[in-house]
Design a binder for this molecule. Structure first.
Ligand code: ATP
Ligand code: LTN
Length: 333
């Protein structure tokens, strides 16, 4: 908390084209806090390089992710929107927190295990200490709430543990953050394998609906979604494909599972899949329109990045110098 105002912080990696998983699980929830909280939403390019990136793509996606933040309703005058590498305090606090994080804790992180299996040729130290940089992101801003998808809950819990450990040695340093996972949309699954999380780095483009997919593509992808051999639309254990489509439909319409089952009574999967495609395309159309407008003005985006970094740095500097003082680093003015 800064100046009696609660703080919301979250981040998205510019590591690929953003998906409806990112939208429903994270982005669309960010603006909930814009009015009552001090909000920081960061494009975490430092996290993205834990997996090999093509520099030109990383650069382009950094602009795109910022434009998407704005297209999802985050007004840069009400929210601090910025790029992680523009605020060097993230890297500096991360080093200090590395010295307060245990090897065993990091070894237990599910994302590390998944990503090191997927990128067996590049299990670098950054991939391992990724959650420490994430803890630094969060703790620098004395964050109260962190809106994320369920896959990131474990990392936010680690940030809490690190903060608690640090505070035990140096009292009153960090606010202990709380992960906030939306009830609906916390884990959107792949359309090709509904037991797997929909992920922007999936090689199969048909498994993933991107926020920027055009209407026809969205409808085609939902039509092809893997389901089961049952015919009626109902939510039940083992029906992962249909359960996933129902939760996507529910996110876009606000309807409950019972309402959806009633609406599609006597209709087959084909009708239901078409309806999911329609509501998704309808919801994304205004986001896409705004995105294109924001992206077409690069100078304006750069001005926003600069303004955001200046705002963020002010708060980041305060926490970092408090930490440096507490641990015994000499400060000369
Ligand atoms: P990558 O494939 O590069 O690991 P990702 O698609 O998992 O990326 P992130 O940048 O790691 O995306 O996540 C940004 C935010 O979106 C996080 O809060 C994460 O929990 C959320 N998120 C990502 N995928 C999903 C999903 N399928 N369902 C719900 N939330 C998601
Ligand atoms: N690790 C997150 C992205 C991320 C983040 C953060 C989310 C980096 N720093 C701080 C919330 C708060 C991810 O992979 N989705």
């Amino acid at each position: 908390m800064f100046n009696d105002q609660k703080v919301s912080f979250s981040g998205v990696q510019p590591s690929g084209n953003l998906t409806i998983g990112n939208y429903l699980g994270a982005l669309r929830n960010f603006s909930t806090y814009s009015e009552a909280y001090k909000t920081f939403y960061c494009v975490v390019d430092g996290h993205a390089i834990t997996v090999r990136q093509v520099p030109a793509d990383l650069r382009r996606r950094t602009y795109e992710t910022l434009a998407l933040y704005m297209a999802c309703g985050l007004d840069p005058n009400k929210n601090t929107l910025y790029v992680q590498s523009h605020v060097h305090e993230h890297a500096e606090l991360s080093w200090i927190l590395n010295c307060f994080t245990m090897f065993g804790e990091l070894s237990r992180m599910t994302q590390f295990k998944d990503k090191s299996a997927k990128h067996a040729d590049n299990i670098n130290a950054g991939l391992f200490t990724y959650p420490v940089l994430m803890a630094a992101d969060i703790l620098l801003y004395q964050t109260d709430v962190v809106p994320v998808g369920i896959d990131q809950k474990q990392h936010v819990e680690l940030a809490r543990d690190i903060a608690t450990r640090f505070n035990a040695v140096f009292p009153d340093t960090f606010t202990i953050p709380e992960p906030v996972v939306a009830k609906s949309g916390m884990k959107i699954m792949s359309l090709a394998d509904p037991t797997k999380k929909m992920s922007k780095s999936d090689e199969n483009v048909n498994a993933v609906v991107y926020i920027l997919d055009d209407r026809d593509t969205i409808i085609r992808k939902f039509k092809r979604a893997v389901t089961d051999s049952d015919t009626c639309v109902r939510y039940a254990e083992g029906k992962d494909g249909i359960n996933n489509l129902m939760s996507i439909y529910s996110c876009f319409t606000g309807k409950t599972n019972e309402e959806i089952e009633r609406e599609f009574e006597g209709k087959g999967y084909g009708d239901f899949k078409a309806a999911v495609g329609e509501v998704c395309a309808d919801a994304l159309a205004p986001v896409q329109e705004k995105f294109n407008a924001f992206l077409s003005d690069k100078a304006q985006l750069e001005a926003q990045m600069k303004k955001g970094a200046e705002e963020a740095s002010y708060y980041a500097r305060r926490t970092l110098s408090k930490v440096q003082k507490k641990i015994g680093f000499v400060q000369v003015k």
